[in-house]
Design a protein around this ligand. Structure first.
Ligand code: ADP
Ligand code: MG
Length: 235
């Protein structure tokens, strides 16, 4: 089954008299367990597409189903519910709460889900172990390096077993070595846990960690490349 199924998705912005199509009739299917990179020049619609996939923004036209749930006519409350249940988000600037330690940050999506006490703490600890932060659980974000902060954010994104992990420029604020370590972690989570990953990047070397590269130009899918190099590595 396709975890992401988009048909003719168009997103139009109106500013005064001007209409701008940030996405124009995008058709996209992503299967469970895929690792997909979205590339394209600045302004080509990458973030808009990720925001529609992430139910943070609604399309103007077209239809979109996430893990079999059609989201086109959902209310904002229903969309929040869908996001919490099916999606994990990773951002360029980590978006951690600075006054909370790593465990507390990772627990946040579970609080919204109503998971309490010991269970919630155990799930957070397991997620932090998966991202290699077993010995940094009590650290505050300010006591962690950029790469470690991004690992906390990744733990927060996967703690509730989402259907899809979405990342907008996850290595954009990191040096290239740290960035490649984050990509190795993505590959590992994708392979060992079969987590579906959709990431946006403008860097070819980062995009190549994905098994499929979707290239946008002017809000349209211009080309899709299958990355045989990473497929060969998985065999
Ligand atoms: N909230 C908005 N209001 C108006 N125009 C927007 C808005 N968000 C994005 N755009 C426009 O839509 C196009 C695609 O933007 P975006 O998806 O952010 O591109 P990318 O992430 O590829 O740089 C750009 O031309 C941008 O200016
Ligand atoms: Mg962007």
């Amino acid at each position: 089954m396709n975890v992401i199924q988009m048909q003719n998705i168009t997103k139009e912005y109106k500013i005064g008299q001007i209409r701008l199509k940030a996405l124009n009739k995008v058709n996209l299917e992503i299967k469970k367990g895929e690792f997909v990179s979205i590339m394209g020049p600045s302004g080509s619609g990458k973030s808009t597409l990720l925001n529609v996939i992430g139910c943070l923004d609604k399309s103007s036209e077209g239809s979109y189903a996430l893990d079999g749930n059609n989201v086109d006519s959902m209310t904002d409350n229903q969309l929040s519910e869908i996001r919490n249940q099916f999606l994990g988000f990773v951002f360029q600037n980590f978006n951690l709460l600075n006054e909370m330690n790593a465990i507390r940050n990772v627990e946040i999506p579970l609080i919204y889900r109503g998971i309490t006490g010991k269970k919630r703490r155990e799930m957070s600890e397991q997620a932090l172990i998966k991202v290699g932060l077993k010995d940094r659980m009590k650290h505050l974000p300010t006591q962690l390096s950029g790469g470690q902060q991004q690992r906390v954010a990744i733990a927060r994104a996967i703690v509730g077993n989402p259907s899809v992990l979405l990342a907008d420029e996850p290595t954009g604020a990191l040096d290239s070595t740290t960035g490649s370590h984050i990509m190795e972690l993505f590959s590992e989570l994708n392979e060992s846990l079969n987590i579906t990953i959709v990431q946006v990047t403008h860097e070819e070397s980062i995009a190549e960690y994905g098994k499929r590269i979707i290239r946008l130009i002017d809000g349209e899918i211009n080309r899709i490349d299958f990355n045989h190099k990473s497929e060969a590595k998985n065999d």
